[in-house]
Design a protein around this ligand. Sequence first.
Ligand SMILES: C[S@@+](CC[C@H](N)C(=O)[O-])C[C@H]1O[C@@H](n2cnc3c(N)ncnc32)[C@H](O)[C@@H]1O
Ligand code: SF4
Ligand code: SF4
Length: 342
Amino acid sequence: MANKEEVLKNLNRWYINFNYKRELENFRKRHSLDNPIVKRVQLEVTQKCNFNCLMCPRNLVDTSRDMSFEEFKIIVNKLPQSVETIIFHGLGENALHPNFYDMLFYLKEKDYIIEHFSNLSVLKKDALDFIDILYISLDDVDPSSLKKLRGNINPSLTFEKLFLFREETKKRNKPLNISISLSYINYKHLKEIYDFLDKFNIDLVQIQPITNNFPYNSKEFWTFEKFIEKNFEKVDWKRVAEIYLENDYNFNLLIWYPRKYMKGLCVWGFDHVYINKDGDIISCCRKVVRTIKFGNLLEKSFEEIFYSTKYNAFRKAHLEGKKLGFCDYCTQGWPLKYVKKS
Ligand SMILES: C[S@@+](CC[C@H](N)C(=O)[O-])C[C@H]1O[C@@H](n2cnc3c(N)ncnc32)[C@H](O)[C@@H]1O
Ligand code: SF4
Ligand code: SF4
């Protein structure tokens, strides 16, 4: 059962009739400075990757050091009781970490819900014994465009593994979701992408615009901004929803619409935190390189960092809708709901 009603509602609410003032009011009703409660922790253990995607700022980071298994255990043991979900990926491919499977086992022993994004290149099916919700990043079905977007990808191997992971997730009664980062390059093939995914009986397809994740105001940022501008000109986001609405696909669709000059409406620091491979709690998943660091979990307690003046000021800016230049072009905000597949 597709979630057409929800897609149409969200198209109107978050794109056609987007009302910033109303959404900020809604956001303030749900989040307060008095008692932020962390439910979701994104945990990066390596920034190494075997791909070289066009939109990823990973080539600007020092990848020589990973989080060790010992450090990982210290950090996990410092997380507050309120945390329910570990989003077990970051800037990099966590599955390349030599202790990836030990870490998954450790998290599952502690009864966390585990979400994982993967480029699928090295992930083994055994990981599904621990991962509850798997997202595969597959931006296109056209092999040459895939190579342009996700350098070093082997398209035929990826499609083979997609088939395998669909079978294996079904056996375990777990969902299989696809993440698409959209630009003018893959937008051209969107109908083919939807048609292809329909055959795989995917549970959820999540589409987000490619955002500028390079360090704000750096040389790389302004170079990438030209690509982003082209996307604003060439991608018709109304069509992204309409193609889905005009057809009878069996997957659910969640679209994060692009927004220029984002102000506030960001859940990071309220119910989400991001921990990088050095153990720092940082702003968010969009700005991992040369980011805002709030403190290091190998040196301080979670509470000391989370309730610090610096973190409070960050939350306050988002709650008051103040402009953080840092956040320009970011589509992160209040998460959209989707109807679970029945
Ligand atoms: C940073 S990757 C890390 C996990 C894994 N390496 C992967 O690619 O799935 C997580 C997700 O962010 C997406 N992503 C990377 N750079 C992006 C950008 N500039 N804008 C939007 N999404 C991006 C990727 O396509 C992927 O779906
Ligand atoms: S988006 Fe993922 S797969 Fe691509 S380079 Fe970045 S970390 Fe690697
Ligand atoms: S609005 Fe975007 S860039 Fe800013 S903190 Fe939130 S996720 Fe990060």
